[in-house]
Design a protein around this ligand. Structure first.
Ligand code: S3P
Length: 172
């Protein structure tokens, strides 16, 4: 039935929920940001600082293509991954895509240190920056996703149950 792919803004729980889902499905788990860091040999923050966002996006595209070629894996993507429609097409070709959402307030509360997130690091008002990025990305997220689940004020376990219930139903 293809891979299970989690997309959505930073702080929506993609990694935590992805790991829970992979454990329960007996699937391998991949966090595309972690794969990028391993390949680049530095953190995402350092990659942005040293080579710029374009270099990060190019590596992200290669990594998503390689991960999509695998079978029976859960892939947690970076928050900007599907802004590139080619990435969305690649992920959809061999996967079912769940969009995780949350309110800007909830996202800000979950992102303890905005300084470690390159896209928020220099924002004088991180809440406003989150709201602006969400508005900018909303359409691409919706276009890429097969299904959406709101994670606001919910535990990762409860959200993972919902993701799995939907994913298993898709198999019928
Ligand atoms: C990004 C989100 C980050 C990471 C990079 C860019 C974005 O991933 O890929 O900093 O464009 O929203 P998380 O969503 O896992 O924080």
């Amino acid at each position: 039935m293809g891979n299970l792919v989690l997309i959505g803004f930073m702080g929506t729980g993609k990694s935590t929920i992805g790991k829970l889902c992979a454990d329960r499905l007996g699937y391998g788990y991949f966090d595309s940001d972690a794969v990028i860091e391993a390949q680049a040999g530095c953190s995402i923050t350092q990659l942005f600082a040293r080579q710029g966002e374009a270099a990060f996006r190019s590596l992200e595209k290669q990594v998503l293509a390689a991960l999509s070629a695998r079978s029976d894996v859960v892939i947690a993507t970076g928050g900007g991954a599907v802004q590139d429609p080619e990435n969305a097409t690649t992920l959809r070709a061999n996967g079912r895509i769940v969009l995780l959402t949350a309110t800007p307030e909830c996202i800000l509360a979950r992102i303890h240190d905005a300084a470690t997130r390159p896209l928020l690091a220099n924002a004088p008002d991180p809440h406003a920056r989150i709201a602006a990025l969400l508005a900018e990305r909303e359409a691409a997220y919706r276009r890429a996703a097969h299904h959406g689940i709101d994670t606001t004020d919910r535990t990762p376990e409860a959200v993972a149950e919902d993701v799995l219930a939907w994913y298993r139903k898709e198999d019928c």
